[in-house]
Design a protein around this ligand. Sequence first.
Ligand SMILES: *Cc1c(COP(=O)(O)O)cnc(C)c1O
Length: 411
Amino acid sequence: MKPGQLLDIANEYGSPVYVYDAEKIISQYNRLTNAFKQVPQLQINYAVKALSNISILKLLHGLGAGIDTVSIQEVKLGLEAGYQPDQIIFTPNGVSLNEIEAAAKLGVKINIDNLSILEQFGTKHPNIPVCIRINPHVMAGGNSNISVGHIDSKFGISIHQIPHILRIVENTKMNVNGIHMHTGSDILDIEVFLYASEILFDTAKHFKNLDFIDFGSGFKVPYKPGDIETNIEELGSKLAKRFNAFCKEYGKDLTLAFEPGKFLVSESGYFLTAVNAVKQTTSTVFAQVDSGFNHLIRPMFYGSYHDITNISNPKGRERFYTVVGYICETDTFGNNRRIHEINEGDILCFKNAGAYCFSMASNYNSRLRPAEVLWYNNKAHLIRKRETFEDILRNQIKVDFKLKQAQVQPG
Ligand SMILES: *Cc1c(COP(=O)(O)O)cnc(C)c1O
């Protein structure tokens, strides 16, 4: 999107505000499906947790995507957005058997990643097919918060426990319809991903009634110029070839599923904030914006880099600024960034603000969560209102205290 269009949105809807470019989501979706066009049955399940606004879900539904959900609430959001139950897969971690049963009752696909739950579910509901999440113990990236395939991870059932899985399946006579892995974010090396895929194929051979193999996600997108990103086209052509060969060997055309979040929405997002104050200390110039980690936690939580530009003064002289928020805690968005000269009132734009940004926002410091705007067909569409003070009070219950005299200090 152009800086002028973003500025107009900030003027109309106020700041801070999240803006999503529908065209970018559409082109990323098409890029992914194109990369895997050699696969006869491809299913892209968008990971709702990345950006769960119902209008975004509707946009992806229109494109033909399914969704990957991690809570019963995300399942319900998907149904509300118009997805058929069989277009929804429920891939939770650490939830109760009750929650899985509630999702199964809604008719969505079930993915189980725990031996104990697998046995309980299979015993009670042998006729409901389930997919099994495997942990292939492959480290995809460097950050242990976002690599979920390694040996000490809480995700998936270890490939070393396949004999246990097979025993449970045999005893309960349950039906396994899918095999799944999600090794974690940021696949930098396609060969590593293909290696993990081989482990998945080896696992799949043990199950005779599969309908699909789900390769999870972890596609890396660029955050700054020159960043490496996952080469989707190369991955697509290599994995498609291998997948089709596996289907021949297996004796059935299976569906190849993916569940990307970041890849589909990260680059579509822009977060616009206004500069409250420029503060010069002995060694640093701080630009303090009307937001904080309550609205965008990734830099503080994961050390993520978000490009920051001054869209109010794109021709100004470049200077060094440390961009911080207004939360009463350290909330640095970017350290010593070269940004066009910043004046109080300017609008700063954070890039890659589509995935894990609004969806991780909170009311910390009793601040209101921002509005969300979708840019579609050269027009801005409000898709979430800015919160109001009433939203902060909602669900809070005032207790009337009749304190005894002795409890209240005089004076
Ligand atoms: C979070 C998650 C995804 C999406 O990961 P991205 O890195 O955003 O593509 C996919 N599958 C599962 C099971 C997840 O938990």
